[in-house]
Write a protein that binds this ligand. Sequence first.
Ligand code: HEM
Length: 397
Amino acid sequence: MTVDELPLRFPFSQRGDEVPAECDWLRTNRPVARVVTLAGDEAWLVTSHELCDQVLTDTRFSLHATADDGVPQQYARAFPPDAVSNMANITSAGLRSEVMKSLSPRGNDQLTRFLQTTAGELLDKAVAEGSPADLWSDYASPLSTRLMVEILGLSDADDARLARCSDVAMGTSAYTPDEAARNWDELRAVMATALRPDRTAAGLLPRLAALREDRPQDGLTEAQLCDVGCNLMVAGYESLAAFLGHAIMLLARDPEATARLRETPALMPQAIEELYRRNLSIGDALPRLATADVQLGDTLVAAGSLVLVCVEGANHDPAVFPDAERLDLDRAANPHLTFGGGRHYCPATSLSRLHAHIGLETLLTRLPKLVMACPARELIWSWGMIKRLPKALPVEL
Ligand code: HEM
């Protein structure tokens, strides 16, 4: 690659089995590089750990402003512009503590048991159907929808429908604005079914409905509460399922690391951090809009520019992670940016770590063999989505 080829088109690849070569090249040669987005607009792509961290923590780079009219766009959004500021909206509506209660599983033994039982049942079914199993549609995807159904308090929800609606909302270009709006309405209608006031419910939506009844002065609307559910469903399901799928692929490709993890289960928390670092599920970059002229490394980024934080670039930066392509279960310091950083740092990290721990522990306990049924380079990845999701994950049991 040469500088004459700049600006490059971004994203570089939908493949989740290898870090795009452009990431290393840019980090070395142009850690702040001009790229053209899927929407055809120009942006600055940032690939080093240090500069990605700077963008995420410097409040002059705004996530909220990426939804303003007339600013450069990353892709055609298939969710309402308001959803960009979902946590800020939750906070300004006075719902933050109720939402955070749902996203914080500490001491919630019932949720732990729910995840263990669900993971066990899904794997028993996959084993009964015989090898190879598709651990995407039989495991990573339904375990993640069911956790979100439980968290939100949706009863009788249809896993496949929720996954499909979430996938559409995460689309980058495949849907017309009408199709995207219809999809969001469908998801809202599912959320509305759970908005029946229940002050003691474990799930979030019935508790929010009760709160609405108790605080009429706040003027909370049904649409607003449905949107809280939709946003959490989409962000939660897509992130959990994509990560678990990638983590399974990384372990199934690395028998040595998997054997070590089976022998030493106490390594699991550290292994999960390394899987968070090494996986490529985030796919597209985290967008910010510069609200002032800001010096970023050697580049002066002008106010109004779109800046894209390339998490996989940061997470594979050899200056911070020696031998970065290796899944190193002994890596002690692991300041990966998989949950973002700064004011938009993911609010659901404990819930995600619990899901990862139980999801992987159950897999290693129930499946004596865990190897890919095809070379990872032959996996097919979903096209036109913010996240990188495998279409299938065939694994020998
Ligand atoms: C492995 C699982 C997960 C990963 C890798 C992940 C990753 C991320 C990242 C990178 C961000 C920052 C986005 C940005 O800065 O632009 C974020 C924010 C967010 N995540 Fe997660 N997430 C995960 C699970 C979840 C779950 C389970 C939920 C909800 C149930 C969730 C809800 C959110 C919300 C609401 C935000 C926005 C925070 C804000 O703007 O203040 N995430 N997540």
